[in-house]
Design a protein. Structure first.
Length: 374
C-alpha cells in the first residue's frame, strides 16, 4: 500500500547505538547520501562512546542517552538502529510509533512473534521498518537476481550457501553474545543470515528445511555451527552451512542452473568481480557474453541499501528489505532451528502462534533452552 507525504527532500536522520557498525557502516552511508539525509541526532547509553561518535560525525549532531528523549525532541524521519539484537524490537516499535521509518541491523528481532509485533506497529503508524541485508544491494547481486528471475540462466537446480567464519573465545566473552535472550541464536542468526538471505533473494520462496546444529567448541547457550538442506518452491535443492569454527574464512553462494553456474565468493562484502558465470557446454558464446557484469560496479554496502530506502521514502512506498521479504528470512532461521532441534522437516508457514519456535528460536527445547545452560 503506497503512503504519500509532503516530507522534505532531505530526511532528518537519527542513529541509535554508536558502535563500530554505525561508525563504519551507517555513517559513511549517510555521508554518501548527504544531499538526501541529514544526521541530526545520536543516542547511546555510553556517554564516552557517544562523545567520540559526535566528534567523528560533527558537532551539530545532538547527543542523547535516552532514545525516548531523542524521539520527543528531534522527531526524525528515519532512525538507524545499531544496538545489540535484544534491543531491536522495542527500539524499532518506539521509532515507528513516533512516525519514523527504521533501518535496523540484523536481526530485526529475535523471534517471529516479535516480528509480528513490529508489523502491527507499522500498520498502526504508517511508517516502515527495514532490516540491514546489504548483500542484496550490490550491483552484482541485482544483476544475478535479474538473470535468474528472467530465466536467462535456465531453471535453478542446485545451490550452496556457505558462511564459514571464525570467532574465538574472546569474541564470546562479550556478555550478550551466544545467549538466546540477547543475540537470538548463534551463527544461524548472527552470521550466516546475510548469505542465506541473499540465497533466498536469488531463488525465491523456500518450501522445506531439514537441519542439524551443534555446540562443538564454544560454551554458549546457542549453537556454534548449523547445516541445512532446503527445497525451494521452484524445485531447486540447496545446502546451507553457518559456522564460526572455520579458520579459513569465506562467504559463498553458488547456484547451478540448467544453462550456467553463477558463483559469488567473498567475505564481508562483494563487488562485480566477485561474481563468476560459467556457461554449460551447450551455451553459445554470444549468449554467455551477455551475462557479463553491468558497467556500474556498486559494492554491497550500507550505502547501497540506504539509497534504496531513501528512494522508497521519496515514492511513499514500502522499502525493500521489509515486510514479507524480511519475515521470510527470519522464518527460515526459525525453521532451521526447529528442524535441527526436533529432527523433523519443517515446511514454510507451519510456525505460527502456539508453536514454541514462534516465540523463541530455541523453541524451549530441553537440550537448548537457556535454563539448561545456566
Amino acid at each position: 500500500m503506497a503512503r504519500t507525504s509532503p516530507a522534505p527532500a532531505r530526511r532528518r536522520v537519527a542513529v541509535v547505538g554508536t558502535g563500530a557498525v554505525v561508525g563504519g557502516g551507517h555513517l559513511p552511508a549517510l555521508r554518501a547520501h548527504a544531499d538526501r539525509a541529514d544526521l541530526v541526532a545520536a543516542v547511546d547509553v555510553d556517554a564516552d562512546r557517544l562523545a567520540a561518535f559526535r566528534e567523528l560525525a560533527g558537532a551539530d549532531v545532538a547527543g542523547y542517552t535516552s532514545m525516548a528523549a531523542m524521539l520527543d525532541a528531534e522527531r526524525p524521519d528515519l532512525v538507524l538502529i545499531g544496538t545489540p539484537p535484544s534491543l531491536h524490537r522495542d527500539q524499532t516499535v518506539a521509532a515507528l510509533k513516533a512516525g519514523a521509518w527504521v533501518l535496523c541491523e540484523k536481526p530485526l528481532c529475535l523471534s517471529l512473534a516479535a516480528y509480528d509485533d513490529i508489523a502491527a506497529a507499522e500498520e498502526a503508524s504508517g511508517a516502515y521498518a527495514s532490516v540491514v541485508f546489504q548483500h542484496r544491494y550490490g550491483s552484482g547481486a541485482v544483476h544475478a537476481r535479474d538473470l535468474i528471475a528472467r530465466g536467462e540462466l535456465g531453471a535453478p537446480l542446485v545451490a550452496h550457501c556457505q558462511t564459514t567464519w571464525h570467532r574465538d573465545t574472546a569474541y564470546y566473552a562479550v556478555p550478550w553474545r551466544g545467549r538466546w535472550a540477547t543475540e537470538g541464536g548463534g551463527p544461524t542468526m548472527g552470521h550466516g543470515i546475510h548469505q542465506y538471505d541473499l540465497l533466498l533473494h536469488l531463488l525465491g520462496p523456500w518450501e522445506e528445511v531439514r537441519a542439524m546444529a551443534a555446540r562443538l567448541v564454544h560454551d554458549t547457550e546457542s549453537e556454534d555451527v548449523s547445516t541445512a538442506l532446503v527445497r525451494f518452491a521452484n524445485g531447486a535443492l540447496a545446502t546451507v552451512v553457518n559456522s564460526v569454527l572455520s579458520p579459513d574464512e569465506v562467504s559463498r553462494v553458488r547456484v547451478d542452473c540448467a544453462d550456467a553456474t553463477v558463483e559469488l565468493t567473498h567475505l564481508y562484502g562483494h563487488r562485480n568481480d566477485d561474481w563468476v558465470y560459467t556457461p554449460a557446454p551447450h551455451v553459445a558464446p554470444d549468449r554467455a557474453a551477455a551475462w557479463r557484469a553491468p558497467a556500474a560496479d556498486v559494492p554491497s554496502s550500507h550505502t547501497a541499501q540506504l539509497g534504496a530506502l531513501l528512494d522508497a521514502y521519496d515514492r511513499g512506498v514500502r522499502p525493500p528489505g521489509s515486510g514479507t521479504e524480511a519475515r521470510a528470512t527470519l522464518e527460515f532461521a526459525a525453521a532451521l532451528y526447529k528442524a535441527a532441534f526436533t529432527g523433523r522437516p519443517v515446511r514454510a508457514g507451519e510456525i505460527g502462534p502456539g508453536d514454541p519456535y514462534y516465540a523463541a528460536m530455541h523453541g524451549d527445547h530441553p537440550e537448548w533452552a537457556p535454563k539448561e545452560r545456566a
